[in-house]
Design a binder for this molecule. Sequence first.
Ligand SMILES: Nc1ncnc2c1ncn2[C@@H]1O[C@H](COP(=O)(O)OP(=O)(O)O)[C@@H](O)[C@H]1O
Ligand SMILES: [Mg+2]
Length: 230
Amino acid sequence: MLLLDNVTAGYGDTTVLRNVSLRVPAGATVALLGPNGAGKTTLLRVASGLLKPWTGRLLIDGADVTAASPHALVGHGVCHVPEGRGVFPSLTVRENLLLQVSAREADSIGRAVDAFPILGERMSQVAGTLSGGQQQMLALARAYLSNPSVILLDEVSMGLAPKIVDEIFEFLGRLSEAGAALLLVEQYVTRALAVADYVYMLNKGQVTFCGEPGELNDDDVFASYLSHAV
Ligand SMILES: Nc1ncnc2c1ncn2[C@@H]1O[C@H](COP(=O)(O)OP(=O)(O)O)[C@@H](O)[C@H]1O
Ligand SMILES: [Mg+2]
């Protein structure tokens, strides 16, 4: 289980997250929703150890990992698929996958190809020349190979065609069935709510709702987005 406990964090002298508490239970899918600029990406950076909280704590399975490096958090099973494309554009598909596994496990690349057959046809292609959807599949395949217990996903469907988004959500479903917990930042609110066990709404760096998707009414969602739009 991953827990942000009363976290305040930001950049320079700009406070972004204010007293945010968020819980991702083992194996659960948690949707993190909110308007642009709410602090969703910042929250994922805190959860993966890239950004240190000013106050509050980060816990994994009860252990305080607030001061741990991003690398140490990978060792705790945390995997971050960042905003944009989480791949090395100048490396081939195969090289991107190989970076994720030890030499002993090179065979496991076959697992990634089983998950996304298109990658198997592109093994020698430089990742930067793949389509956006294929790059995102590669980023997810890399996450998959690291056998993470918690995957932080920052708008992985952004800018992709609906058919590709379907494929990506189907794959997220498989990761979840395999036991990984997902913290899903997603612009497709309806899709996110359909797969989420729990949902958090973030607005101006504060949690404005936390509960099960069924408890959230559409008015709450729209009010949160609109309050920011004006
Ligand atoms: N590296 C940074 N330096 C300074 N301010 C930043 C930085 N990254 C994000 N911010 C600011 O933090 C706020 C929250 O950003 P972000 O976490 O990216 O929100 P979201 O992902 O919800 O759109 C925004 O006001 C943004 O301008
Ligand atoms: Mg963001």
